[in-house]
Design a protein around this ligand. Structure first.
Ligand SMILES: [Ca+2]
Length: 140
């Protein structure tokens, strides 16, 4: 399985902050040289919406946040459409969005996303890329 937002070892360290445009890619090293994030072809905004570029078969998971404030309707918009289960109250939230209307807010208490086990999470010895936007609301 894959959990996003919690340390799986003992389930008592939860992420407090925001994530946006979470993408897991297998079989491709997307960022192999210096780049400027806004212009790197990852996502771009057009006509007020988020446009995904490069969401082909290499993209095994893509969780964007472009929803209404407070919505818990969190979806994998890769072509695989994996089921995303919300634990706690992970939700789309306005106020600190990076791409689209919202980002995913994790309040630091019991919040994480669950995805079922998949061979897509086993990277083996090949190339892979995990990328996302991140804003920490907690204290270390
Ligand atoms: Ca919570």
């Amino acid at each position: 399985m894959l959990h996003i937002g919690v340390q799986r070892y003992n389930y008592n360290h939860y992420f407090n902050g925001r994530l946006d445009a979470i993408r897991i890619s297998k079989g491709i090293a997307r960022w192999s040289s210096n780049f400027t994030p806004e212009n790197a072809g990852h996502f771009e905004t057009a006509s007020g919406s988020v446009v995904t570029i490069g969401s082909g078969a290499d993209t095994k998971l893509l969780i964007q946040s472009n929803n209404t404030d407070g919505s818990k309707n969190i979806e994998d918009t890769s072509i695989f459409g994996k089921e995303v289960t919300v634990n706690g109250d992970v939700q789309h939230s306005t106020g600190a969005n990076k791409l689209g209307n919202t980002s995913l807010y994790f309040d630091g208490t019991g919040d994480y996303l669950h995805l079922n086990d998949s061979a897509d999470w086993d990277f083996g010895s090949g190339d892979f890329t995990i990328d996302f936007w991140y804003k920490d609301d907690g204290t270390v």
